[in-house]
Design a protein around this ligand. Structure first.
Ligand SMILES: Cc1cc2nc3c(=O)[nH]c(=O)nc-3n(C[C@H](O)[C@H](O)[C@H](O)COP(=O)(O)OP(=O)(O)OC[C@H]3O[C@@H](n4cnc5c(N)ncnc54)[C@H](O)[C@@H]3O)c2cc1C
Length: 451
């Protein structure tokens, strides 16, 4: 069905990490874009500050690697795990690097790069409602313009909704079920010594994990997990820090940590899990957190977002133009199908690892398992880095971990057999719902033969 020629090929709702990046990638290719956001100012956020190597690789493949330069972003070579007095490091495979950075500064660079193209029109306003024609196809969006407060409309053959995790348009375009797994409390530690420079750190010493990584040459981001669905109240939060975090902060970070706590500059964010469950409608497609979210423990969000951008863009760029709405519809279907496979490992690993690290027996097992080094730790870190998308690898590593944990307990004493059985049961309970949401059996079998 040909579409009436409109001023724009694509209308993008939300110039956040997803919307601004796809605009920056497609605009130089001559695609006419309306980029709408309610706030173009730099934000101070605790999200999206560690780019796994998979995300860095995607930027490189899109020709956007320069956007990481000029604002003191820090290279990250791998992970360090710390449990009590025990420490182990796992490098990223093949000398790939991740990056730690200020998300707000990075986003401003991406936005500037997108808006530097004549083919991008910046629209400052709040998107209100998707516009439909009489065949219920989406033909654009209405918005309240920031400056005039007037309600205006934009028409385009394709609308991308990338308005983040509180998306207003999710219910028009998906059957997604969102759950809050826990909260992250974010602090910035100034001028401190992490146990392993140029590493992401996972601290497993307390009952819930906390993580840290460099975000500039003199700042370290500390993210502390607060389990449960309810926003932590101030008193509870303080009690959590006192009992479960403060005693386990390493010496070299202690004074910066105490100062950060004293000045109270922490931010709290909910951690969601939401499997992608799109309703495929003509004229619109979802991208980023609006479509799919996973626990941020593994820093996999932007790896998934950039991979989605590559997949969607490849399908859109294969079209001769944006006039054939039937063809656009086919491309949207192909994108949803392809992205499911590409992101399943990241989505499963993030929430499975969170489950593992919140379980005393499995937490000890994962530490020892990775400490053994060799192929198991290499394959596991490649999945976390977003470099290994093979589903069979993921299932194999998870099963190996559970078996290793059970065997290790029985090896210590046969009286620990019930705990060994519990480890296997708990591991199964963690992986089963995630695998059901994210994987098909045929995809795992296919990947087994690809190995
Ligand atoms: C605590 C936490 C830590 C995280 N840490 C990491 C990490 O270290 N590494 C990683 O890779 N991922 C991380 N993530 C995930 C990552 O940050 C997200 O996946 C990513 O930011 C999603 O990008 P987005 O564009 O979908 O959303 P956003 O970047 O939030 O962008 C949404 C945009 O839409 C705009 N908008 C919203 N509503 C409207 C409207 N009605 N009209 C106009 N504009 C609108 C907003 O102003 C915003 O600019 C983390 C997530 C959390 C919660």
């Amino acid at each position: 069905m040909p579409h009436m020629k409109s001023k724009f090929d694509i209308c993008i709702i939300g110039a956040g990490m997803a919307g601004a990046t796809i605009a920056a990638y497609l605009a130089p290719k001559g695609i006419k874009i309306a980029l709408i956001d309610q706030c173009f100012k730099e934000k101070k956020r605790i999200v999206g500050e560690l780019l796994q190597p998979g995300a860095v690789l995607s930027l490189e493949q899109m020709g956007l690697l320069d956007l990481l330069k000029g604002f003191d972003a820090q290279a990250v070579d791998g992970y360090a795990l710390i449990q009590g007095e025990q420490k182990t490091t796992i490098p990223y495979p093949n000398h790939y690097t991740g990056m730690g950075l200020h998300n707000g500064q990075f986003l401003q660079q991406i936005r500037a790069s997108a808006l530097a193209n004549d083919s991008v029109t910046k629209i400052h306003g709040k998107a209100l409602q998707l516009l439909e024609n009489d065949r219920q196809e989406i033909i654009g969006v209405s918005y309240r313009e920031e400056l005039s407060s007037e309600i205006k409309t934009i028409h385009a053959p394709l609308t991308i909704t990338s308005d983040g995790f509180f998306s207003n348009f999710r219910e028009d375009l998906s059957n997604n079920e969102k759950t809050v797994t826990s909260y992250f409390i974010g602090l910035i530690l100034n001028d401190c010594d992490m146990p392993f420079p140029r590493h992401g750190h996972v601290f497993l010493s307390g009952p819930t994990p906390f993580i840290c990584y460099p975000i500039s040459s003199h700042e370290v981001r500390l993210l502390i997990d607060f389990p449960g669905e309810l926003l932590p109240r101030k008193a509870l939060l303080q009690a959590h820090l006192d009992a479960n975090v403060t005693p386990y902060i390493p010496e070299g970070m202690r004074s910066s940590y105490d100062l950060a706590i004293k000045t109270g500059g922490f931010k709290v964010m909910p951690n969601h899990y939401m499997a992608a469950n799109p309703i495929i409608r003509k004229g619109a497609v979802m991208l980023g957190d609006a479509l799919n979210m996973r626990h941020p423990l593994t820093g996999g969000g932007l790896t998934a977002v950039f991979s989605d951008i590559q997949i969607l863009s490849a399908h859109l760029l294969a079209m001769p133009d944006f006039y054939n709405t039937d063809l656009i519809h086919k491309k949207i279907e192909a994108y949803y199908r392809d992205r499911q496979n590409a992101n399943a490992n990241l989505n499963i690993l993030a929430n499975a690892l969170y489950g593992v690290m919140s379980n005393e027996l499995l937490k000890t097992a994962v530490f020892k398992y990775l400490q053994c080094g060799g192929n198991n730790s290499l394959e596991s870190i490649a999945i976390l880095a977003g470099l290994n998308k093979n589903h069979y690898s993921l299932i194999k590593q998870f099963a190996n971990l559970a078996l290793f944990g059970a065997y290790d307990l029985v090896r210590q004493s046969i009286t620990r057999l019930p705990q060994a059985a519990k480890i296997l049961f708990d591991a199964f309970c963690i992986i089963k719902p995630l695998a059901k949401n994210e994987l098909s059996l045929s995809a795992v079998i296919n990947d087994y033969f690809k190995k």
